[in-house]
Design a protein around this ligand. Structure first.
Ligand SMILES: [Zn+2]
Ligand SMILES: [Zn+2]
Length: 466
């Protein structure tokens, strides 16, 4: 039984990796994702289309094991089992629009997927259900996006397992090119600089040697065209050697950038998981931190990409159009920290910081920047919690029309307000806290420089003593 469940989780993770590459194609529905993540991807696609941008994603699993690794980490609570799956991809993203400088980026990445499943509960996805509106018979699985015959929407429990969050991590180690290729590319790219740097060589005659201690001035001649060509040729042949040094340096600086970028986040996240579990176990034990952060990330993305935030049933934060209207992509960086948990009037409020890389449309170009947002979300503690499967037709209490009440708190036909579902998270506040982390980052940078200087100094002193 346990094995069958694990197989189904693996299948969902693999399917997601396949589907996510096509998520921005017209009409695509990422069915391996849960309702919230699926909706956030649809909204993002529509939002990008409204701005006239076309995204093309190519995700090549390469020669590495395409099936990826499953269950690399897992968490359990009373009802859910959450686990991470990891896969390798070579990700090429192209963005196009008239007047926009073509954006194309290829990166070796690891894709992490948060797979949520229920620990117990039966699989009803293949059971049949008769649509109460038109009478057509469909499987439960087919009804997730409404009845395909009459369009009736249903309120139904999630059909686990599903992917409920994902993030992409740049990983140079996944680079599939052999070393000689990387190094040669690096060398040829730095050729203009190399040629300039060593150009004094062509002004010297053949007899000059530093070892003989000759004087420069005695050996300067006007270079012949043959000499110049020979020089350029030699530099091209030597470019892998130069490339090797440039490549080593670039790795070194990349590591430094990564430290500066991730340290404050890592420190802030630190013990969040434990703290969340300890506090929430007494209030609302059916949420692991992974499940919670996945849900909040999806709701945050829905809020960013929606063109009608006020009508979102879970959204009670202020107007954020100015902050978010030009965001065309927002990738979770795999970090969320839990800052505060408070219980008041039968609602538990959790405040956490979410670390994202936001891509903004600047008109003529796209700009990617690391940003941090502090989100306060709340959930009622008196609403009964159940993992039993349920399905019912959604109907407007005023005009009787069927619409997806999860996507909109107002009936799209008559405008009547509908009660939001009582048992899920609401977002109460979103604020930009990037500056706070910027200061921390600068302090960390300074600390690293001081430590480095100290290390160099002691080594130097040590050498002198010898
Ligand atoms: Zn129907
Ligand atoms: Zn209505």
């Amino acid at each position: 039984m346990e094995e069958i469940r694990q197989d189904r989780r693996n299948a969902v993770a693999s399917a997601f990796r396949e589907e996510i590459g096509h998520a921005f194609e017209p009409g695509a529905k990422v069915m391996s994702a849960d309702r919230e993540l699926r909706y956030s991807l649809e909204l993002q696609r529509d939002h990008i289309a409204r701005r006239g941008i076309r995204y093309t994603d190519e995700m090549d699993p390469g020669k590495k094991p395409t099936r990826g690794l499953h269950n690399v980490r897992s968490w359990k609570d009373g009802h859910y089992e959450t686990s991470w799956s990891v896969g390798y991809i070579k990700h090429t993203r192209t963005a196009e629009r008239d007047g926009l400088k073509k954006y194309k980026k290829t990166e070796s990445q690891l894709i992490y997927e948060t797979v949520v499943d229920v620990s117990d509960g039966e699989d009803v996805s293949e059971d049949t259900y008769c649509c109460p509106n038109c009478g057509a018979v469909s499987s439960i699985r087919e009804l997730q996006e409404g009845c395909s015959h009459c369009g009736t929407s249903f309120q139904m429990s999630e059909l686990y397992p599903k992917v409920s969050n994902f993030f992409l991590v740049h990983d140079p180690a996944v680079n599939t090119d052999p070393l000689w290729k990387t190094v040669t590319k690096c060398g040829l790219r730095s050729l203009p600089v190399t040629l300039l740097l060593f150009s004094p060589m062509i002004w010297l005659d053949n007899n000059f040697s530093l070892l003989k201690g000759s004087n420069f001035a005695d050996h300067i001649v006007v270079p012949s065209p043959a000499n110049i060509i020979a020089y350029i040729f030699a530099m091209i042949i030597l470019s892998p050697v130069v490339g090797y040094f440039v490549w080593m340096l670039s790795l070194f600086f990349a590591a430094f950038r990564a430290i500066g970028k991730e340290t404050p986040a890592a420190l802030s996240v630190g013990s969040s998981r434990k703290r969340f579990a300890a506090k929430m176990s007494t209030i609302s034990p059916e949420y692991t931190f992974e499940k919670f952060s996945a849900r909040i990330t999806s709701l945050f993305k829905i809020a960013i990409f929606s063109d009608n935030r006020e009508s979102l049933p879970f959204y009670a934060a202020g107007d954020l159009s100015e902050n978010f209207d030009n965001v065309v992509d927002c990738t979770y960086r795999g970090w969320m920290s839990c800052k505060k948990i408070k219980e008041q009037n039968n609602i538990v409020y959790v405040t956490g910081d979410v670390f994202v890389d936001a891509t903004r449309d600047m008109g003529d170009r796209l700009k990617v920047k690391s940003e941090v947002y502090q989100i306060t979300a709340g959930r009622r503690t008196d609403a009964p919690f159940t993992t039993d499967f349920s399905i019912s037709k959604i109907q407007c209490p005023s005009c009787g029309a069927s619409f997806n009440s999860f996507k909109s708190g107002k009936c799209p036909y008559c405008g009547a307000e509908c009660e939001p579902a009582a048992d899920d998270w609401m977002i109460y506040d979103i604020r930009d806290v990037g500056k706070k982390y910027m200061i921390k980052k600068i302090l960390w940078g300074l600390l690293i420089v001081v430590l480095l200087a100290a290390a160099v100094f002691t080594t130097f002193e040590g050498v002198k003593q010898k």
